[in-house]
Design a binder for this molecule. Sequence first.
Ligand code: 6PG
Length: 252
Amino acid sequence: MPENSKIVITSNAERLAEKGAELMYNTAVEAIARKDSFAVAVSGGSTPRAMHRLLSQEPYRSDMPWQKTHFFWVDERMVPFDHPDSNYGAAQKDLMSMIPIPADQVYPMPAMMRPEEGADLYQAKLKTFFQGLGSLDPVFDLIILGIGTDGHTASLFPGQPSSQEPDRWVLSVKGGQPDVFRLTLTYAVLNSARHILFLVSGDAKAAVVKTLIEDRHAQLPAAKIQPLNGKITWLLDQKAASLLSEEIVADN
Ligand code: 6PG
């Protein structure tokens, strides 16, 4: 394991959500102590939803520093926010509608315009936000990523051209399940993060988790997540970690 990575294994999916909420809280408190704001980007899919629901309830509803939190998305399907496939729509239902976060600190990806335009618009929003913090780089305090069984992360899919331009922070792509147009943060953004949290649950992910953690030459999109000045936490439940070798788990 690279020295900037660590593995945390929980007994089940419920404990995974609890650990994820705890980690987000601790990262927020540390970021605000350091720079008086917390910038986080979250992925879609099903895994983060239990964590979002925990964050919407006490103690996090009151204890999280929502007033200084800025909530972005890692990717979005180009569907209406009230569509069941909308990542923002799910987070809105599970979390955003229940917490006292200022509306102008929640930045959904624009899903109802031409994909290229949406990518340019969100990229401009990101640049404005980080320049406002005095940073030319998109340094998120925390980015929460899922993993697909094919090794995708965000909406960066195997076999798809993904821009390596340092200046391209948001891409429009088509693919995944559902196979729709999407917006996604690029590796330039993901690898600028201070902390990447891979949140992975279930037996179906065990094989790809083993490949990504144990095969240094894995040619999968998620293997290209190598934060330049940040760290990676693999937060796995027992099932997702079930194929990891004993020495990897012991060394961790
Ligand atoms: C998306 C997600 C995607 C997700 C993985 C894991 O919008 O599709 O961002 O990258 O994180 O596919 O999804 P599950 O958590 O549903 O397994």
